[in-house]
Design a protein around this ligand. Sequence first.
Ligand SMILES: NC(=O)c1ccc[n+]([C@@H]2O[C@H](COP(=O)([O-])OP(=O)(O)OC[C@H]3O[C@@H](n4cnc5c(N)ncnc54)[C@H](O)[C@@H]3O)[C@@H](O)[C@H]2O)c1
Ligand SMILES: [Zn+2]
Length: 363
Amino acid sequence: MRKVEVPLGQRSYQVTIGQDARFELADTVASIGSVSRVGIVTQDIVASTEWFASIDPGVRFEIFTVGEGEPAKSLATVEDLCRKFASYGLGRHDAVVAVGGGVVTDLAGFSASIYLRGVAYVNIATTLLAQVDAAVGGKTGANLPEGKNLVGTFWQPKGVICDLATLETLSAREWACGRGEIAKYAFLVPRGTETFSAGTSIEDQVVRCVEIKADVVSGDERESERRMVLNYGHTLAHALEALDLARHFETRGAGNLGQGILAHGEAVAVGLIFAAILARRMGRIDDGRVDWHRRVVSEFGLSTELPSFARGKGEELVEYMRRDKKANHDLTFVLDGPRGVEPVRGVDIKDVFESIEELESLP
Ligand SMILES: NC(=O)c1ccc[n+]([C@@H]2O[C@H](COP(=O)([O-])OP(=O)(O)OC[C@H]3O[C@@H](n4cnc5c(N)ncnc54)[C@H](O)[C@@H]3O)[C@@H](O)[C@H]2O)c1
Ligand SMILES: [Zn+2]
């Protein structure tokens, strides 16, 4: 098993990564010191896998399931979970264990942070995206009808377990989501330090990404400035996702969303190329660095091209980018440069438009 420390003073914890790491759960729960019962939060799809039967917190537990996807990441689900914890008799010294992807870890973490004004929780991350991103760092949350992740807390887990064996049951789409985030981290490796590539073993990739995330989070637990680099590639990605969703909504209504929708990681992949083009336009990086972005994203098996539905939609994309809360009030982008990737304020809208056009014209 490989261990990565997230150093946050009294809130420090370890991320355990490896094949069959889920068997470390009982030790992790025992290390909390006070737990006599556990509420396991998961989803039906996750609970139906073969490996799930061996999830054992080492104390009495009950399983609580939540629904699928972003619609389930609601305050109604949080209330439902907290009520179930209460009926089960989960006490202040007990713990919540999340077993699933980012939807489950966000919901379980949020519920744990407010139930009895905060109880301990442990994440077993079972999607690649959750292992390298969502489960680590203590950001929890839920969606409102007005937008994604508009409510939430900073509440650090007592431990995170990334079991590589659980990834074997993941769909191709979920793998693509994770690879998009991993490609992002490849650009966040500090210049001059050892990087990683698509050819590295999946264990090494997860370890390296968690190390980078742990480093960023420990320097900026509550997302003031430095943590913004974790949104590299995400400004255009969120705009693409919003445009895609709106188009599907128009043609099919709310009932059939999901199928044929651009995966988050696929959107991030294109967003990374866009960010590189914008940085070059602003004189922050050279052609070679843009080519490197395209090469890395391709190596991770992701497309570098603007999807056909977004072509000729520069105006709409810019409008979505302006609305994205992560772009703040002025047009702030996370961009590569001589000092590496960093937030850049006051980006000229003309450069943004021209970069979208350039992205469209790429072969
Ligand atoms: N808190 C953070 O810092 C942070 C960071 C990034 C993303 N997020 C959030 O994470 C969410 C996305 O997470 P996600 O990509 O993991 O999606 P997800 O949680 O929706 O999981 C994707 C699908 O995979 C299934 N699944 C999970 N593990 C499985 C396994 N091992 N085998 C088979 N199926 C499995 C799930 O049931 C679901 O159907 C978003 O809501 C996003 O906002 C949070
Ligand atoms: Zn992301």
